[in-house]
Design a protein around this ligand. Sequence first.
Ligand SMILES: Cc1cc2nc3c(=O)[nH]c(=O)nc-3n(C[C@H](O)[C@H](O)[C@H](O)COP(=O)(O)OP(=O)(O)OC[C@H]3O[C@@H](n4cnc5c(N)ncnc54)[C@H](O)[C@@H]3O)c2cc1C
Length: 669
Amino acid sequence: MKLDSKIPEGTIDQKWTKYRSSIPLVNPANKRSLEVIVIGSGLAGASAASSLAEMGYKVKVFCFQDSPRRAHSIAAQGGINAAKNYQNDGDSTYRLFYDTIKGGDYRAREANVHRLAEVSSNIIDQCVAQGVPLAREYGGLLSNRSFGGTQVQRTFYAAGQTGQQLLLGAYSALQRQVGMGAVELCARHEMLDVVTIDGVARGIIARNLITGEMEKHFGHAVLLCTGGYGNVFYLSTNAMGSNVTAAWKAHKKGAFFGNPCYTQIHPTCIPVSGDHQSKLTLMSESLRNDGRIWVPKKKDDNRKPTDIPEEERDYYLERRYPAFGNLVPRDVASRAAKERCDAGYGVGNSKMAVYLDFAFNTARYGRTEATKRNIHNPSQEEIMRLGKEVVKEKYGNLFDMYQQITGENPYEVPMRIYPAVHYTMGGLWVDYNLMTTVKGLYALGEANFSDHGANRLGASALMQGLADGYFVIPYTIGVYLSTEVTRMSAEKDKADSIDKLKTKHPAFDAALKEQNDLINKFLNIKGTKSVESFHKRLGLIMWNKCGMARNKQGLTEAIAEIQALRKEFWSDVRVLGSADEFNPDLEKAGRVADFIELGELMCKDALNREESCGGHFREEHQTEEGEAKRDDVNFAYVAAWEYKGVSDWELNKEELKYENIKIAQRSYK
Ligand SMILES: Cc1cc2nc3c(=O)[nH]c(=O)nc-3n(C[C@H](O)[C@H](O)[C@H](O)COP(=O)(O)OP(=O)(O)OC[C@H]3O[C@@H](n4cnc5c(N)ncnc54)[C@H](O)[C@@H]3O)c2cc1C
């Protein structure tokens, strides 16, 4: 059997507790002789590396930024979920588990999601102990807000900079280990390949991005914590450097790719303003706590939003989904915005935007403030002034960002928003231990496919990254490394054992040569078109044909177009500079080459999945009301794609079993 998810026996609430207490241990002396390579220093990588080093393993961390602190995780704005039930509003581990499975449209693995919900509370305790300044109520208790797809308030936050504060916590833990010599940090290094020996991961090939020097690094285990691949669409809310190279190279070395077509399109982003753009900006989902989404009831209404009276506004999410209103999950909110714009009700110059309006809740906050301050009969002006102070405290940096980008003041006029590519639920397939289909190779955080099914709920990515790094891998890596101890002992007298040869093993030289050849190939094409232009063209194909809505014809066309683009890339790309210097164009060439191949697989996966679920919306499969229509009989599986060669993949299926949650049509009405 190619796929073994290794889900432990037992009832759902016992699986993890029992399992983690029975995992073989590695004794402290042996830990010191085991080397672990961690690629990535975002929340998943920094938390894993610091935890493993603290446990006694020898750890090497790689990131392509100049500092681990600049990993994409730092951009996360809105918050992190945990089932603490501080609000006494009915939350529990089970409810977080249930919301996540339902939010993912019944396409996630139950056992993983339950474990995530179980450890969610530990994460908050860990971060608070590290000194992460999560927002607090006046009395000192940690504060919560709401995110989409839930009816409880379970999101912990630090203004609109939650990722930054959490990453500073994880980074401090990492630097402590660097300071103690337990972690060797290799910033400004890009992993270009995994080295496998007899099918087992034994290290990596990395390029020093400053000098261009190619390096070989040995490890008993390799952890890919390399983030998501949303930039395959060119325009996304991801950091400009986010890419798929590490995961893709691992895929080509035998790691199956899980559900590549599951992409999250976030409903609240600043709309595209023209052709010149290379980046999109998120307006955090937390804004949907206090912002109401609407469009004019009249088509092509060109009045200023503040001139459109209440009765002429369509609060379409509140109308269509009364139970969840503006807090429906992202896939549902995005599709509803697209539907309104496509029907001619969009706003702004492009007409591809809807309003996110804070006036109603600003006034509500203002009235409460006035009461608190004993101001009787406050004027409307006074109410709005007081309300804006509250809104500023909660979302000030997001409002500033919006104003700087659009030139409009969101305290005075509604924000204009439109969906944009944001997160990828797909990623390397991993088992319950977070190991890929390559022995010794793990994937954590956004780089794996594991916990979010076909749609991730807001504030759950930070939770998953830190769960994987602080609370899962420190246990599960023992399953494998304990066997390494046995192997090392058995091979200790062998002159050519892998532990003696390390990077002198011929497999390292072969992998190094392959990467050097690839770099020379890029530089020697000397074509006429920039790397950037190929990325942009790929992004357009992906957005138009494998974006918010997909259909058979579009996907078939996209596959042919991407194959043609790949051929053109390899014959006509012009990569500037040379190999032995700091060369961002060369870095990007490698990343775009991998994105092109990934794009093709995403379209193939989307074409194969003849149903709609979560962020994967096949136009042929929708209900009469335009909602996603799943096919549980034929598609309740994880699609795990095995690389066979250029444009050639084999589909493996992991059947999803729901034993604790009744699989049902998702409803937020
Ligand atoms: C604008 C924005 C806001 C968000 N807000 C929230 C939020 O409020 N709540 C929430 O839960 N989620 C949020 N998310 C999602 C969340 O930020 C990410 O899913 C999460 O931070 C990913 O963490 P990670 O550790 O898996 O990867 P990343 O933080 O992306 O880190 C990847 C690391 O891998 C390294 N790397 C990658 N490839 C290589 C390579 N080949 N060689 C060497 N190093 C490599 C990078 O240098 C980096 O250190 C947001 C996302 C965006 C885009």
